[in-house]
Each structure stands twice: as structure tokens, then as C-alpha cells.
Design a protein. Sequence first.
Length: 138
Amino acid sequence: MASRIEGPDPPFVSREPWVRADVTRWLVIPMRLLREDDGGLMVLSGNAHLATDPNKQDAHFDILAFARTVLGKGTPELLAVTTWARIMAAGGHAESSIAEWCREMGWNERTFYHRFNRAVDRIVEAKNRIDCRSFTLA
């Protein structure tokens, strides 16, 4: 039997619906893992996310793939959630704060948070819809 890889466990599958705090927490975890190690992330066909470090569990990156599927590749909403997660993974001080990032990108900070909140709500709704289907099939 393979030894357990250290790190945060994926969310326990339960019948409890996902809430915003679940999504935001699980968006930060893969960004933190990418910051802590010098490894990278490959996006394969079918929107599969694979860690370049063979010792990392790929499951931690599933939420990023799910977000990309729900929000769409290259959308402002996806950019908002991944940027927020990257900055939060750095303790709120990545290359820039959200306010500085907004200035550099020409976004209004209010627009950033509007996109971020809308994106998180869409991810929560999609995750609960998918989980609800899987519970009724079991």
C-alpha cells in the first residue's frame, strides 16, 4: 500500500451543502501548495489539472478545474477568484494587494469583488447541484 502524502485532506463528501466558506477555503489550498513548492501545474485536455511534482496529490487542484469549467476559461470571474486565492495564499501580500492588482489591471475594486462574489456563488451552486445528483444516484 502506498504511503500517505502529507498535506490537507480533500473535503469530506457529506450530504451537507457547500457554502461560500468551503469554496473560498478550497480555492486557497492549491494556490498555497503551488507557492510552498517550486512545482507547477499542467492543464491537460478535458480541463484536467495535474501537478508537475509527482509527490503532490492532484485532487487538491480539482477545485481549480471545477471553477474553470463552471466559470469558463479566461473569464473575468475566473480571473477574480484565482487572483483572490493567489493573494490570500500569500497571506494577503502576494506580488500586490487586491487594490494594487486592480489598479494595475484597470479594474475598479468594487467590480473585482462583484465578479469574485458572483463567481463564488456560481461555484457553490454548481457544486451543490452536482453533489445533489450524486447523492440521489447512490
